[in-house]
Design a protein. Structure first.
Length: 128
């Protein structure tokens, strides 16, 4: 009877030990899963931060490029306006030069006509 009691006690001890081992293993597994989840969360956070930074940088660069293009377009428009104004001035100068030349030619022709008239009048008076 005592031997049977001892055997039962030993079996119960062994079963309790096995159950304790299983519980420890399960707790270790849960700890491992928690660690993996923590690592994955940290990696996700890092990836999200990196993606945010990259997106911000790209947006900044795109904004800079857009501003540069707008500035270039404004400068080109200013250059075109200046060119048009210069062309207008050149055309006005040409017209003024042509008018001056015409006036000078008219004056020369008038002078020649006056000289001719004077010569003709002098010749007529001399003839008389």
């Amino acid at each position: 009877m005592v031997v049977v009691m001892e055997v039962v006690v030993v079996v119960v001890m062994v079963v309790v030990m096995v159950v304790m081992m299983v519980v420890v293993v399960v707790v270790m597994m849960v700890m491992m899963v928690m660690m993996v989840v923590m690592v994955v969360m940290v990696v996700m956070e890092v990836v999200v931060v990196v993606v945010m930074v990259v997106v911000m940088e790209v947006v900044m660069v795109v904004m800079m490029v857009v501003v540069m293009v707008v500035v270039m377009v404004v400068v080109m428009m200013e250059v075109v306006v200046v060119m048009v104004v210069v062309m207008m001035e050149v055309v006005v100068m040409m017209v003024v030069m042509i008018v001056v030349v015409m006036v000078v030619v008219m004056e020369v022709v008038m002078m020649e006509v006056m000289v001719m008239v004077v010569v003709v009048v002098v010749i007529e008076t001399v003839n008389e």
